[in-house]
Design a protein around this ligand. Structure first.
Ligand code: GDP
Length: 176
């Protein structure tokens, strides 16, 4: 990632969802290809970036982390301002985190731009024996709400890049 590279677009993407679903790890997997076993070193860091190419344009993806604010339901509208995409994450082993997804969609509809592209993410897909949310339930919800959907594992890295690329391509097709 050369710093003198010409950037065609900067896309702000927010990562939201209940606490402990893996938002920080997904972000760190996507931007640094890392999984950090003792997490929460990101307190205070607002966003991380990764520069990539989509249809021969140079895109700087600026991925925002709530840095724990979601615990107090204190995610502010400043967080959503200018966001073109959202990764809405739940944990496939925690039913409650999936039950709260509808609330997060409402929050997005209330605070974010109408044209925001949303990807529903069922994370921790590596924990197959602990699954509490059937893939079909999430797929049905996503289809009803007009969201993209993917299951990921920030731990193994499975589908993390694919999900971000899909979302960023969608944003690109909206803005270009
Ligand atoms: P956040 O509060 O949503 O940002 O969640 P974190 O990223 O801090 O992750 C919460 C916990 O889940 C941590 O102990 C992570 O190590 C763990 N975790 C995150 N992603 C995965 C994953 O894909 N698989 C597994 N097995 N654990 C994960």
């Amino acid at each position: 990632e050369g710093s003198r590279e010409k950037i065609d677009y900067v896309f702000k993407v927010v990562v939201i969802g209940d606490s402990a679903v893996g938002k920080t790890q997904i972000l760190s997997r996507f931007t640094k290809n890392e999984f950090c076993f003792d997490s929460k070193s990101t307190i205070g860091v607002e966003f991380q970036t990764r520069t990539l190419a989509i249809k021969s344009k140079v895109i700087k993806a600026q991925i925002w982390d709530t840095a724990g604010q979601e615990r107090y339901r204190a995610v502010t509208s400043a967080y959503y301002r200018g966001a073109l995409g959202a990764m809405l994450v739940y944990d496939i082993t925690k039913r409650q985190s999936f039950d709260h997804v509808a609330r997060w969609v409402e929050e997005l509809r209330a605070h974010a731009d109408n044209s925001i592209a949303i990807m529903l993410i069922g994370n921790k897909a590596d924990l197959v024996d602990l699954r509490a949310v059937p893939k079909e339930d999430a797929l049905e919800f996503a289809e009803n709400q007009g969201l993209f959907f993917s299951e990921t594992s920030a731990l193994s890295g499975d589908n993390v890049d694919t999900a971000f690329f899909k979302l960023l391509e969608e944003i690109y097709s909206v803005v270009s």
